[in-house]
Design a protein around this ligand. Structure first.
Ligand SMILES: CC(=O)SCCNC(=O)CCNC(=O)[C@H](O)C(C)(C)COP(=O)(O)OP(=O)(O)OC[C@H]1O[C@@H](n2cnc3c(N)ncnc32)[C@H](O)[C@@H]1OP(=O)(O)O
Ligand SMILES: O=C(O)CCC(=O)C(=O)O
Ligand SMILES: [Zn+2]
Length: 420
C-alpha cells in the first residue's frame, strides 16, 4: 500500500502543502495557491464599513429609534468593525439628532454619514461631529436620466465643489458612483481620476442593482486600482446572490473597504452580510479575522438587529443559522465524529458556540441551544434533558449533532399527547 494511503488525512494534506506545486495551506485546511496577480490582493488587509444604520435603515421592516441606533452602534463597535455608516442627517431632523448622538458615544469605530453629492447635504453633515462623509451620485445612464438628471460634466463640477468643501473641514471623504456596473467605463475612470487628484480618502464602486458577478467585479476593481492611488470601497447588493463572492473578488483585486450590514439588511434583499463576509474571510485568513473582530459577539449583534427589525435569523444563515453546524447523513456524521474538520470549514468554537455535550454543562447553556433550534421547552423540561445529557456525557463527550438529536427527540416526546 502506498505510504500516503496509510497516513491520517490531516498528515497527508500537510505533506501536500509543503510541496511547492500545491501551494500553501491555511489553518482551516483550505488549500490556497497564491498566483502572480495576488500581489494586488487585500484579503488579509481590509476594513469593514458597517452600514446597518444606513443601508439597513432602507430595509422594508426597519424603523430604528434613537435607542435602537445606540444599541446597534455599540454592539457593532464591540464586535470590532472599523467604520459605522449612518443615515444622512439631511433625511430628517431626527436623523440629524441621532447622527449627533452616535458621534458623541465615543466609540472606537469611525463614524461616517452617507450623503448625496449636494452642498445642502454636505453642509448639514459636517456639523454633526462625524469623522467622514460618504458622498454618492448615480453615474449610469438610467440614474442620470431618471434620477438626478445631470450629465457627467455637471457631476464632476458638483463633486469637485462638495469634496473640496468636506476636505476644508478636515473630514474624511469618500466619493462613490452609484450603479457603477451599468455606467460607462471611460466616464467612470475619468470621474475617479478627478476625485483622486482632489485628495479623496476613498473612491467607491457600488453594484446598486446586484447585477455584477465576481469576474466583472475583479476586472473593474483591478482596472480602477491601476488608475487611482486612494483606497477603494465596494458595495454589493445581493439581488442575484453574489454579494459575498463579489466582496471577496473585490478584495482579491485590491479593494480596501467592504460595506456590510447585519444579516445583509438593506434595500430590496440587501447587501453583503457582516456574518457571511466574516465566514468567507475567516477561510482566507483565519487569524487575521479573529484578531480584528470579536466573532463570539456575532450572534448577539445579529439577534439584536433581527429583533429590532422583527425578522428571524434565517435557518441557513452563515455561522449562526440553527443548522449551520448540524450534520445528518451517515457518511458526514461518521467523518465529523472522527474529525469535525472533515465537513466543517468553520470551527464552531471560534464563533462562540457554547459547547454543551459534556458532563460539566448546565441547564442555562442547554436552554440557549434549545432556543437556537427553535424548540419550545419549559425550564423544568430543559433541566430534565440537561440531566440526560450529563448522564450520556459521563460515558463520552457528545458532538453538537448528537446533543441536537437528543434535544429534538426529547422535545417531540414532551409534545406528543400521552396515550391512555
Ligand atoms: C442607492 C442608495 O441607497 S443611495 C442612498 C439613499 N438614501 C436616501 O435616499 C436617504 C433618505 N432620503 C431622503 O430623506 C430624501 O430623499 C432626501 C432628504 C435626501 C431628499 O429629499 P427631497 O429633497 O424631498 O427629494 P427626493 O427624495 O424626492 O428626490 C431626490 C432628489 O435628490 C436628487 N438626487 C438624487 N440622487 C442624488 C445624488 N446622488 N446627488 C445629488 N442629488 C441627487 C434628485 O434629483 C432629486 O432632486 P429634486 O429635488 O431636484 O427632484
Ligand atoms: O454609496 C455607495 O457607495 C452605495 C450607495 C448604495 O447604497 C447603493 O448604490 O446601493
Ligand atoms: Zn446600497
Amino acid at each position: 500500500m502506498p505510504k500516503s494511503e496509510k497516513e491520517p488525512v490531516s498528515k497527508r494534506v500537510k505533506t501536500a502543502s509543503n510541496a511547492s506545486s500545491v501551494g500553501t495551506i491555511n489553518d482551516t485546511g483550505a488549500i490556497y495557491k497564491p498566483k502572480f496577480s495576488d500581489s494586488l490582493s487585500r484579503v488579509n488587509n481590509f476594513s469593514i464599513i458597517e452600514s446597518t444604520l444606513r443601508e439597513g435603515e432602507q430595509f422594508g421592516n426597519a424603523f430604528f429609534t434613537t435607542e435602537d441606533k445606540v444599541k446597534i452602534a455599540k454592539a457593532l463597535d464591540d464586535f470590532g468593525v472599523e467604520y459605522i455608516e449612518i443615515t444622512s442627517p439631511a433625511a430628517s431632523e431626527q436623523s440629524r439628532q441621532d447622527c449627533i448622538t452616535i458621534c458623541n458615544l465615543g466609540l472606537k469605530a469611525k463614524i461616517l454619514t452617507h450623503v448625496r453629492c449636494h452642498m445642502d447635504d454636505a453642509r448639514i453633515a459636517v456639523e454633526t461631529g462625524v469623522d467622514g462623509l460618504d458622498v454618492v451620485i448615480g453615474t449610469s445612464s438610467y440614474l442620470r436620466e431618471f434620477s438626478h438628471g445631470k450629465d457627467m460634466d455637471y457631476i464632476i463640477k458638483q463633486a469637485t465643489e462638495v469634496i473640496t468643501f468636506i476636505k476644508s473641514k478636515g473630514l474624511e471623504v469618500r466619493f462613490s458612483s452609484e450603479d457603477s456596473f451599468r455606467s460607462d467605463l471611460v466616464d467612470l475612470l475619468n470621474l475617479y481620476k478627478t476625485v483622486d487628484k482632489l485628495g479623496v480618502n476613498r473612491v467607491g464602486i457600488a453594484d446598486t442593482v446586484g447585477c455584477a458577478n465576481p469576474r466583472q467585479v475583479y476586472d473593474l476593481v483591478k482596472t480602477l486600482r491601476g488608475v487611482v492611488s486612494c483606497d477603494i470601497e465596494c458595495h454589493f447588493h445581493n439581488d442575484t446572490g453574489c454579494a459575498i463572492a463579489n466582496a471577496y473578488a473585490a478584495l482579491e483585486a485590491g479593494a480596501t473597504h467592504i460595506d456590510t450590514s447585519v444579516l445583509g439588511i438593506g434595500e430590496r434583499n440587501g447587501i453583503t452580510p457582516l456574518g457571511g463576509l466574516c465566514a468567507r474571510m475567516y477561510v482566507a485568513d483565519k487569524q487575521y479575522v479573529m484578531d480584528k473582530y470579536d466573532l463570539h459577539k456575532l450572534r448577539e449583534v445579529e439577534n439584536l438587529v433581527a429583533e429590532t427589525v422583527q425578522i428571524q435569523v434565517p435557518f441557513n444563515n452563515y455561522i449562526t443559522g440553527y443548522c449551520a453546524f448540524t450534520h445528518k447523513a451517515g457518511i458526514h456524521a461518521k467523518a465529523i465524529l472522527n474529525n469535525p474538520s472533515t465537513y466543517e470549514i468553520l470551527k464552531p468554537d471560534d464563533f462562540g458556540y457554547v459547547s454543551i455535550g459534556h458532563r460539566l454543562t448546565g441547564w442555562n447553556a442547554v436552554k440557549n441551544r434549545v432556543q437556537q433550534l427553535g424548540l419550545k421547552l419549559s425550564d423544568d423540561e430543559v433541566k430534565e434533558v440537561t440531566s440526560q445529557i450529563k448522564q450520556l456525557a459521563d460515558l463520552k463527550p457528545l458532538g453538537i449533532e448528537e446533543v441536537d438529536t437528543l434535544l429534538r427527540v426529547f422535545h417531540d416526546k414532551m409534545n406528543t399527547p400521552a396515550e391512555d
